[in-house]
Design a protein around this ligand. Structure first.
Ligand code: TYD
Length: 218
């Protein structure tokens, strides 16, 4: 029988700029936690629900919406994910690992696009129904390295890069700085991990951070 040895659900988000390795590390973390007999639910943003995946297609596409439309699309996808997937998983005492969540909106639409942070925070409260992650991990890597990795990854998939990857380096620098500000202002929730190292070392760091917080909070 699965351990499900957490007494309550536990919500982890993995955040960072394009190409820092979030998806790889979400997969590796879930694999390690499952091996340790935890029950894990993986989600990604935008996505993870029927409407969320449709919104993902719209926002990643080359058609450029206004900044506010883009913001509301991410929030709509989030609301759907919270209501249909995350809340039930927390209730069922699962460990949820989210590849991006509300802090991506603060970093990209707030610090990146310049939408006032107060407005984003209000919308985040509405879309998340006030649910905040128990632990957020910021994968941090110099923009010049991570962005190139992300563009190469997409060219292998025969795709010319998403609308976000094609933004100028200035935009990505603002997003990166934004993530660091968000994380550094709330180190009770955040762990900042240098992802510009060997994958296995980064994975071990992430796993150890998760286990130490799980032990404290359960
Ligand atoms: P994705 O392919 O998931 O990027 P990555 O693999 O780097 O995570 O595409 C999601 C894109 O959407 C990504 O470039 C960041 C952007 N995004 C926002 O701008 N705001 C948000 O709130 C979220 C969740 C994502």
């Amino acid at each position: 029988m699965k351990k499900s040895n957490n007494k309550r659900g536990f919500f982890i988000t993995i955040e960072g700029g394009d190409g820092v390795g979030k998806t790889t590390h979400c997969d590796l973390l879930s694999e390690s936690l499952r091996k340790a007999d935890f029950e894990v639910v993986n989600v990604r943003e935008p996505g993870g629900t029927l409407i969320g995946e449709q919104i993902r297609e719209i926002v990643k596409n080359n058609y450029t919406p206004s900044a506010i439309t883009e913001l509301l699309l991410f929030e709509a996808a989030r609301s759907e994910l919270i209501h249909k997937v995350i809340t039930p998983a927390i209730y069922n005492k699962k460990i949820i690992i989210a590849d991006r969540f509300m802090d991506s909106t603060v970093a990209y639409q707030g610090y990146g696009r310049g939408i006032p942070l107060d407005n984003i925070n209000i919308l985040n409260k509405i879309s998340t129904n006030n649910i905040t992650p128990d632990l957020s991990i910021l994968l941090n890597s110099p923009v010049s390295i991570s962005l190139e990795r992300s563009i190469i990854r997409d060219s292998i998939k025969d795709n010319n890069g998403t609308r976000f990857e094609n933004e100028p380096i200035k935009f990505h620098n603002k997003v990166n700085k934004g993530f660091l500000k968000i994380a550094e202002s709330n180190l009770d929730r955040w762990k900042i991990i240098n992802s510009n190292r060997e994958i296995s070392i980064v994975a071990e760091d992430i796993f150890n951070s998760v286990i130490s917080v799980l032990d404290i909070k359960n």
